[in-house]
Design a protein around this ligand. Structure first.
Ligand SMILES: NC(=O)c1ccc[n+]([C@@H]2O[C@H](COP(=O)([O-])OP(=O)(O)OC[C@H]3O[C@@H](n4cnc5c(N)ncnc54)[C@H](OP(=O)(O)O)[C@@H]3O)[C@@H](O)[C@H]2O)c1
Length: 339
């Protein structure tokens, strides 16, 4: 074979590899490191058994689904949120579908904004199970209102709950993990902790703050390689988040039931979260396109990202003003693959 032919063959292989990667990216519903971990990495079924996992915001949406999937892995669960009845419902669901016994699940009511209660709650968990292996900071609320129409109380509430509440609980659990030199602090952030989109100024601010805090904490804990700090950043996922979102006033929520079929299925989001936890990934992005693509732009090409965000942002505001879900499908052909 001549050198010229060999070079042509190599170029063809490189082109083919590029096309395959491009097609993989078009079909991706998570960042490429996460999808690699899903394919080649450690399985949650091997890594997360026998652990004590404390999930906040376990009464609904992502937290509820996480509790259910964890209950199949043989962990001990602590379920926290404000609504005890809903937590009891989730506990029953975990007992029915998982392989846990009554004694393996503790329902622990907790208001994240009541910071004075966090120390006592941590003690209760330690008394019950003797250790905390994983703290999943999942509880949170969103916001759907234009910045100029929004009362300052809404911004304050979002910081109190999403940021300070999460930081406060983490600070209560951290001394225990430092003493044991091991543990995982997993925080359910958002793609809106990386990028910013219209209608969510207060939410974006609280989630950006969280990302800054936990990235700093990770660096400060460098002397404790057994303690893993993970930021989970989902895009739109089916849950009650929009219904419970704050609007212009702190007492007002979006309410109603909006269409959610364009969003990622909660079960898929949670499966990818478990893969991230099993593989100790420091930050993961879990989303379908176009949100995933936009996040790559925000990370690597911000000037393009600002242009694109302005374009799609107009549509987001339009949807909101028409009473639709703000993120209702931008491109119909890219509708959720995992419903
Ligand atoms: N779904 C999405 O599209 C999406 C996207 C990106 C990020 N996230 C993040 O995912 C997390 C979970 O949200 P979700 O989508 O599952 O929404 P969700 O269905 O509304 O669940 C929110 C959970 O947070 C709890 N919570 C709210 N206020 C609380 C408080 N003051 N103290 C303690 N718990 C409180 C709620 O329980 P109680 O009402 O019983 O207290 C509920 O269990 C949030 O941090 C959210 O920012 C969601």
């Amino acid at each position: 074979m001549s050198w010229e032919l060999l070079l042509w063959l190599l170029a063809l292989c490189a082109l083919l590899a590029l096309v395959v990667q491009l097609l993989r990216f078009l079909r991706a519903d998570g960042d490429l490191t996460l999808l690699w971990a899903e394919w080649q990495g450690r399985r949650p079924e091997w890594e997360l058994t026998d652990m004590v996992v404390w999930v906040t915001g376990a009464s609904s949406g992502i937290g509820e689904e996480l509790a259910c999937q964890l209950s199949k892995l043989g962990v001990s669960l602590v379920l926290s949120a404000r609504r005890v009845q809903e937590l009891e419902r989730v506990k029953t669901r975990c007992l029915e579908n998982g392989n846990l016994k009554e004694k393996d699940i503790l329902v622990l009511p907790l208001d994240l904004t009541d910071r004075s209660s966090h120390e006592a709650a941590t003690k209760v968990v330690l008394q019950e199970f003797g250790k905390i292996d994983i703290l999943v900071n999942n509880a949170g609320r969103s916001q759907h209102s234009l910045c100029m129409d929004t009362s300052l109380d809404v911004f304050k509430e979002l910081i109190e709950l999403n940021y300070l509440g999460t930081v406060s609980l983490t600070m209560c659990v951290l001394p225990h993990m430092i003493e044991r030199k091991q543990g995982k602090i997993v925080t359910v952030n958002s793609l809106l902790g990386i990028l910013s989109a219209p209608l969510s100024s207060g939410y974006c601010a609280s989630k950006h703050a969280l990302r800054g805090f936990f990235n700093c904490l990770r660096a400060e804990l460098a002397a404790y390689p057994g303690i893993v700090v993970s930021n989970i950043c989902p895009g739109p996922v089916q849950s009650n988040i929009v219904k419970n979102s704050l609007t212009e006033e702190v007492q007002k929520t979006v309410g109603g039931d909006t269409v959610q079929s364009h969003k990622m299925a909660t079960s898929r989001c949670v499966r990818l979260m478990l893969i991230s936890m099993a593989n100790d990934l420091k930050e993961v992005w879990i989303s379908d396109h176009p949100f995933l693509l936009i996040t790559y732009f925000w990370q690597y090409m911000p000037t393009w990202a600002w242009w694109l965000t302005n374009k799609l942002g107009k549509r987001r505001i339009e949807n909101f003003k028409n009473g639709l879900d703000a993120d209702i499908s931008y491109f119909k052909t890219w509708k959720t693959k995992h419903d």
